[in-house]
Design a protein around this ligand. Structure first.
Ligand SMILES: Cc1cc2nc3c(=O)[nH]c(=O)nc-3n(C[C@H](O)[C@H](O)[C@H](O)COP(=O)(O)OP(=O)(O)OC[C@H]3O[C@@H](n4cnc5c(N)ncnc54)[C@H](O)[C@@H]3O)c2cc1C
Length: 407
């Protein structure tokens, strides 16, 4: 693998940088500077996604026939790294990177026609209805019923931990269409409009403090919700196969660009913050050792990701190696959020709500400490989620033991 960029790649990098300088406006930058999780509000997210779409760059991983960019591996890497290093909003929304590959692989021509263009244009926001109370790691035990009634399924039950359900226009959802068969075979995969009567969304408060005017996770209740059978993906009872296919995309992200950005921020803080022994944190031998240790981990993950993603056919699922990336990426995200707290110390205490009140013009007195300190504690608490969502660390270990090591 040749890791040197060609002249064309370097020209492409300049093109990406020029685009970011123009499209990533001051308001988005200010909001992202205070984000605890790489997301801002729905309007801000969509503003950024639409700018990417107008440039034709929203879906680098999609096949060209559906609106992908047709970029080389090097171009995708450059784009990922440049947008991450600029701190742009996360594009890993559930339509673009999770539901779309399933629709492309298993959907009907009508489903592709209905949903893929609106995912590209960000006119429809998707959420994921997999987990239920009592069915998280043991997802195959899910019990939300879908009973056939004419041309509809009638859904009753609830989904939990549904990220940004309050923003969502549509949900991709696992339901139980058969109670008799073994658990995996009774599951079907349906797409549903969140405005359908009978759906109630309740926010779940989380320990990362008052959010940016929006909660992140919810419980969604279904009471006699009618979903057309035509909204089912693939065959009835085969939902488990499609669900597992989707999870490879959910877990198989490139983590290194975001981690590189997060670690660079910690270094910046450490250059500014005083250490207990005099001087700056960046000069503290113990902290320097931790930074070096983390840099080695991020570089190693970067090299692994380059190897894994290199030469992969566009849109191709990657199999169990996605569990390894998810595990390593999650652990590094958490460790870097801890280093950020350590670098900034006492001023990392104020909650980010202070900042959002300020942006809304509801707060006049200055906050204690530097601006960059405000989101660090919420971010630290928020990132505890990474070792749970999309399958906990223990579950990723189990998958690797079975599928990679053959144990
Ligand atoms: C912030 C956040 C956002 C989320 N967003 C979504 C979403 O949008 N949509 C959605 O459907 N779900 C979402 N989830 C749910 C997530 O997928 C589940 O929380 C996760 O799968 C774990 O399930 P659980 O919470 O039921 O924990 P449990 O499955 O009850 O696990 C509890 C503990 O037991 C361990 N454990 C369980 N089984 C095993 C085993 N076989 N071997 C070893 N250890 C085991 C787990 O590792 C964990 O430590 C989200 C979760 C979080 C935290």
């Amino acid at each position: 693998m040749d890791l040197d960029f060609s002249a064309e790649d370097l020209a492409f990098r300049d093109e990406v940088r020029a685009f970011i300088a123009e499209a990533y406006d001051d308001d988005l930058r200010a909001r992202m500077g205070q984000s605890k999780n790489g997301y801002i509000d729905r309007e801000g997210q969509i503003r950024w996604l639409k700018r990417l779409n107008e440039r034709g760059w929203i879906a680098p991983d999609w096949p060209v026939e559906y609106g992908g960019t047709g970029w080389s591996d090097a171009q995708k890497y450059i784009f990922n790294m440049e947008t991450s290093l600029a701190g742009t909003p996360s594009t890993s929304n559930m339509g673009l990177k999770m539901c779309a590959p399933v629709i492309m692989a298993f959907g009907t021509p009508e489903q592709k026609q209905q949903h893929l263009p609106k995912i590209l244009s960000s006119d429809v926001w998707w959420c994921q209805g997999y987990s239920e109370p009592g069915s998280g790691s043991d997802l195959a035990s899910l019990s939300m019923k879908a009973v056939r009634d004419g041309d509809d399924y009638v859904l009753n039950g609830s989904k939990i931990w549904t990220t940004y359900a309050q923003w969502a226009d549509w949900m991709f959802c696992l339901v139980r269409t058969n109670q008799e068969d073994r658990p995996q075979r009774g599951i079907s995969f349906v797409l549903l409009d969140m405005k359908t009567p009978g759906i109630t969304i309740r926010p779940l408060p989380t320990l990362d403090g008052p959010p940016q005017g929006e909660q992140e996770v919810n419980q969604v209740f279904f009471e006699d919700v009618r979903v057309p059978v035509a909204n089912r993906i693939g065959e009835e009872g085969q939902g488990w196969t499609y669900a597992k296919y989707l999870l490879q995309f959910e877990r198989g992200n490139a983590y290194a660009p975001g981690l590189t950005y997060a670690l660079e921020k910690v270094k910046k803080f450490a250059r500014l913050e005083p250490s207990d022994g005099g001087g700056r944190m960046i000069e503290d031998p113990d902290f320097r050792r931790k930074l070096a240790d983390m840099q080695i981990k991020v570089d190693a993950l970067n090299a692994t990701e380059l190897k894994v993603f290199n030469g992969r056919t566009t849109g191709e699922a990657m199999g169990p190696v996605s569990s390894m990336l998810k595990l390593e990426g999650s652990q590094a995200q958490q460790a870097i959020s801890e280093l950020a707290l350590e670098a900034v110390g006492i001023y990392a205490q104020p909650f980010v709500e202070d900042t959002w009140a300020e942006l809304r013009g509801e707060r006049n007195e200055p906050r204690a400490g530097p601006d960059y300190a405000a989101p660090l504690a919420p971010s630290y608490f928020n990132y505890r989620k990474t070792s749970i969502y999309a399958g906990s660390n223990e579950i990723q270990h189990n998958i690797m033991a079975k599928m990679i090591l053959g144990l």
